[in-house]
Design a protein around this ligand. Sequence first.
Ligand code: ADP
Ligand code: MG
Length: 179
Amino acid sequence: MSEPLMPATRPGNGPGAVTLSLPDAAATAQVGAVIARALGELAREVPVVVCLEGELGAGKTTLARGLLRALGHAGRVPSPTYTLIEPYELDGLPVHHLDLYRLADEEELLFLGASDWLDRPGLTLVEWPERAPGMLARADLRLMLALAGEGRSLTVHAASVRMDAVVAAVTDALERDGT
Ligand SMILES: Nc1ncnc2c1ncn2[C@@H]1O[C@H](COP(=O)(O)OP(=O)(O)O)[C@@H](O)[C@H]1O
Ligand SMILES: [Mg+2]
């Protein structure tokens, strides 16, 4: 993780970003499903890193669950708070769900085998990427959740140009919903 591949980055909330409000947990899961449909095929061809940012309780795991279910996972989705990593294989697609809150040292990721999958096609979902700057630097998509009254707000930010299509898909889904 010492030499992260730097994706083309842009400032937050530039043209490659959209912000939406999520009134309840179902809406959080639903946007996860929209994102899954928008990037599932790409992740079969290239490694895709999705960072889930926001304070404790912001909805990171809820969004990851919606995403995993939309990719075909039928079982439960435990929060990787203690295991740090939960691996899945969904219709041949490798998916790794990480929660780095308890990560003591970025090097730990290497011992957890991250180098075995990070450079291969597949999807990596990372809660608390701030704990591992190398991981944040590899983000293709940044999902920033924040408390907003009873609900949450979400900014979807394309950190690499190939994620523009995902931001467009989320924007389209919003327009179809008429919200
Ligand atoms: N849009 C939302 N509005 C209200 N509550 C939400 C929303 N999204 C998620 N929640 C709830 O917030 C709580 C914390 O969610 P969780 O996904 O575990 O957060 P995190 O992983 O960021 O700590 C859960 O009870 C979840 O149902
Ligand atoms: Mg969580």
